[in-house]
Every structure is written in structure tokens, then in C-alpha cells.
Design a binder for this molecule. Sequence first.
Ligand code: C2E
Ligand code: MG
Ligand code: MG
Length: 631
Amino acid sequence: MLPIEITTEGLSTVSGLRLQPRRLQQVLGIAMVAVAIAMLLSFLDGNLSATIALMLALFMLMLSLWFARSGRLAWAAELMLFTLTGAMCGLTFIAEGIHDTAVLAFPGILIFASMFGTRRLFVTLLLVICTDLTVVVAGNILGWHVNEVQPVGWSLLINALSIVVATSFFVWMMADDLRRALARMKTDNERILESHARIEILAHRDSLTHLPNRVLARDRLEQTLAGARRNNSLVAVIFLDLDNFKTVNDSLGHSAGDALLCDVADRLVKTVRESDTVSRQGGDEFLIILGNIENEEAAAAAAVKILAQLAIPFQIQRLDVSATGSLGVAMFPRDGADADSLLKNADLAMYRAKDSGRNTFQFFNAEMNSSVIEDLHLATGIRLALVNDEFKVHYQPQFDLKTGRIVGAEALLRWKHAVLGFVPPAKFIPVAERSGLINEVGAWVLNEACRQAKAWQDIGINDLVVAVNVSPVQFRRDDIERELANALETWKVRPSSIELELTESLLMADSDHLSSVLDRLRAMGVQLSIDDFGTGYSNLGYLNRFDVERLKIDQSFVRRMTENKQDEGIVRAIIEMAHCLELDVVAEGVEDAVTLQRLVQLGCEMGQGYHWSPAIPADEFLTFYRAHEHH
Ligand code: C2E
Ligand code: MG
Ligand code: MG
């Protein structure tokens, strides 16, 4: 059973205790019956003044019943309470004083007032009652008003019973309401706790195995590392990838695959200490974090233990399924000072374990850090990314600085690696260039950009030029022409709405071959620009020879131009030279309004940068475009 907390909010939800019209009418009914009985009895006793007083009270109660019926609950309740208090006080005074049965009604009246009345009403009634009792008793003691006590008779019993029964009846009703409200509060509370737990699971747990997910694991790792830094202790970060999971999934079906993952999860959890973390990173990958490790041998021992546990066959659909794994171990602090580098290195080590024949573990070590291996690793990743559709193109809006309109979109490649996470282009483009994979990647981007340009044209956005970055490597083979022609043809997009961003270094090579390729590209109708201008030789001499539309000033100058006079000088010089050559200028990396204003003064034609927007997915770009253009 879950603990129930009665919070202040909880109490306000005890709506069952708010006075209901039906309840009030019931209470009034009971009170009227009791008063009517008392009136009848006093009439039979020949007590005329009591009879008249009670008759008056009965009339007032009828009035408050009328209030209750017409929805004025507070009025009805107050009138009823004052009437009953008044009547009972009156009776004690004129009839038998402190010995009168009317005294029995006071607790009931006060209970009702405390539950439904204001505090002021309650205190007032209490004071009236206390005063009445004091006056009556004092009058008798001091002799200025002596009540006559009647001998005990049956009418007394009837009177007492009718008051006790009426009071108990309505106290019971109130208590019942309270119980019901509490029960409802309890279920509400349980429901809240339940949904809290569910949210916790959704946000921090893997839905299949209920192990901590990537987010929670990362958090735990950070915490473990913080602790280890304080205590100067070691932490082992272990990546585990099942060797044959795909086979199980493919041959026995997904439900068998799911069952295997759950069993593996269970075994992993049982293998490590309770304070360690086992998390599922997705697919058949698990991350194990061992805190407070004595030495590397202890980490190795844990890895061996995990491998041994996995080697014991799993019972899946009454079949013995073995699930060996490859483990990569990175140690804090030797293999990395923070979570990112440890995760990356454990992952690298895991790939090495796979390469060295699977069903084994490998420690990360310094050699693996060498760029050769990392390149190899990244190159493999890029190859897989092409197959697995991990690449995306984001678009950064480009603005005409005179009109303020969006005139272009630079296509920028984005790669979210399943394990490494987001890998910046500056990191993988060079690897793709060195390995020659840039040809495939570049072709993919060209095709994607053309598809997007067409999609925008189809919805009536016609004046947008999509700029695509092209690597010099793509010019080594003559594929670029064919790929571009293919993409334009496939998507039936106007060539003038595609711009190729070339690098300075490409043009510096200045071969005859290159100029003829560029001539043919121009002849196809696409536009050309020179990217990152200013970072290379910045020799404008060659610009004459190539038919390019515009120059893009590298963001490093633009970003610093408002603080650094020299950078501003460079920007101004580039703009002036470009204008002499009749080239438009695009400023990259415009991050604030001051820079923008300065660029406008210098006569720069176009700009892009975080001042407006970073590169964003195509759908967000469309929203941004529409909002901006309708502004
Ligand atoms: P780039 O072509 O000069 O692209 C501009 C870079 O500056 C982009 O970085 C962009 O996100 C960033 N940027 C834009 N506005 C601002 C700003 O206001 N402040 C700052 N600090 N940065 C800004 P990103 O996307 O990381 O691209 C880096 C480089 O990677 C690109 O530089 C380009 O050379 C290359 N690249 C990206 N996509 C491709 C591609 O599809 N093919 C080829 N060959 N290279 C690409
Ligand atoms: Mg660019
Ligand atoms: Mg650039």
C-alpha cells in the first residue's frame, strides 16, 4: 500500500466535504422533525412560551429550507445554525436551565458549524452558547432567575432521544462524507504516484529491459566520476555489444530477440555489484559502469565474469541460445578525464574486441588513440552511415542584407552516430576526404539538396538558392558533373537554384582541367561561390579566371570584426576587392546586430549566421522562412 500524504492541495480536493445542497436539506429536515417533536411535547405539557419559541424556530427553519432550495447555501446554513442556537438558548433560559434537554443539541450545532461555517460563525456561536449557559447557571445561583426543574417523565425521554438521534444521524452523515473524500484522495494520490513512476520509466528507463537508458546512464557516469575524482579512485566504463544478436533476431524473430535482451539484462545486473550501473544503450549494446575499482585487474576480472555469464546458454523459446559479446573497457582517469572521452574510448575498445575475433574484451590503450585507428573507425562509421541513413542535411538561411529577405539556404551535413552521438562535420569530412568516401557522401548531399530545392519549389518558394558544399576531392574524379546532372534531372529542379560552394584551395590548383570542369558546370546553369574566403592564400588573382558569383568571407573574421580592428580591416578589404571584381559578398558567422549593421555599412550583400538562425532541419527551415517572410 502506498503511503498517503494529506497535503494542503489534498485537503482542498476534499470536495465531498463542501456543503452539498442535498446534505443541507437532509440536515434541515432532521432538525425540523426534532423541533416539531419538542414543540408538540411542550404543547402537551401546557408550556405555552416554549411552544411559541419552538414554533418560531420551526418557521425560521422553513425559511432556511427555502434558501437552501433556491441555492443560497451559506445563508441557509447560517440561518439554520442561528435559529437552532437561539431556540436552544431560549429553551434553556425559559424551561429547565442547565438541566434542559436542549443542552444536548449544542455539540451537534458546533460540529456542523465547524465543518461548514466560517471561523467567525463558529466562534460567535460558541460565545453565544457559553454566555447562555453562564447566564442561566449564574441566574440560578444568584437567585435572580431560577429555573424550575420538572420531575422526570416520558416526554423528557422522547425529547432527549429525538435530539440524540437527530445529532447522531447528521454526525454520521458528515463522517461518511469525510470517509468518502479521504478514499477519493487516496486513489488520486495513488494515481499521481503511479504516473510519476511511469514518467520516470519513460524518461530514464529502457522500455524493454527497464534498465537505465542512455540519459540516466550518462547521469550516473557523471556522478560516479565526480565521486572518483574526490576519492582518487578508479572507474571502469565497459561497452558490451552482443556478437550474434542479429542472427537470433533474424532467425527466431523479434520477440525472441526481445526475450534474449531481457535475459541478458537480468544476467548483467546479477553479475555486477548493486552500486554499479548496467544500462541499455539501444539495440544490442549495453553500458556497464563499475565505480570504486581497486585496479585494472579488477576491471578485467569483471569483464571475464560478464563473458562467462553470457557464455551460459539462454533458454529462448525452448531453445538453447548462446549470446557471446565483445567488451571494450576504458578506465578513468587513464583513458579519459570525462564522460565523453571515456564513452568514446570504451566504444573504440569494443570495436577492437570485435575485430580481434569477438567473445572477448579489450582495454582501451594509447595506441588506439592514434589518428590512424580513429580514422579507420570513423571511415567505417561513415560507410555504415550511408547505408543506415544516419546522415541528414540541415539548412542555414542566407539573407539579402538590403531587403532583409531570405534568399538562400546553405546545406550542411549532419551525422548522428549511433554510439558517438553527433559528430561535427569538421571532424568527419576530413576523414571522408582522406578515405575517398567524400565522393559518395557528396553525391548523397547533392541529391538530397536537389530533392529539397524541388520540394520547396513545389510549394511556391521559387527564389531560394540552395548552396551545397563541395570538397576539392570531388573534382579529382569527374563524377561531380555526372552526379549533379543526375540530381538535377531526377528532381527536375532549376539549375539556377543550386549553388556549389568551392574552396579556395581547389581554385589555387588552377589546372586547365579544373577550369574546363567549372566552365561546364556553369554552362549547366548552377551558380558557384568560394567558401571560407580569407583562410587560404586569399589571392584574388585567380578569381578572374573562374566565373564565380560570390565570395563567402570566413566566419572567423566576421565573428571578431566588431572587437578586432584588424579583422574589420580584412573584411572591408575583401568586400572592396570583391566589388572591384563584380562579385557579391556573403558574410558567414554573423552573430549579432552590431556586426550586421557594420556589414551593411561596408556594402556587404548577403549574410548568414546565428544572429538569424543556425542550420536547422528542412521542416523547421520552412516554418522559419514563412514566419520571416510574412513578417
Ligand atoms: P562552412 O561551409 O564554412 O559552413 C559554415 C559553418 O559555420 C557551419 O558549421 C555552420 O553551422 C557554422 N556557422 C554558421 N553560422 C555561424 C555563426 O553565426 N557562428 C558560428 N560560430 N558558426 C556558424 P558546420 O555545419 O559545422 O560545418 C563545418 C564545415 O564542414 C563547413 O564549413 C563545410 O566546410 C563542411 N561541410 C559541412 N557540410 C558539408 C558537406 O555536405 N560537404 C562538404 N564537402 N563539406 C561540408
Ligand atoms: Mg559552406
Ligand atoms: Mg564557410
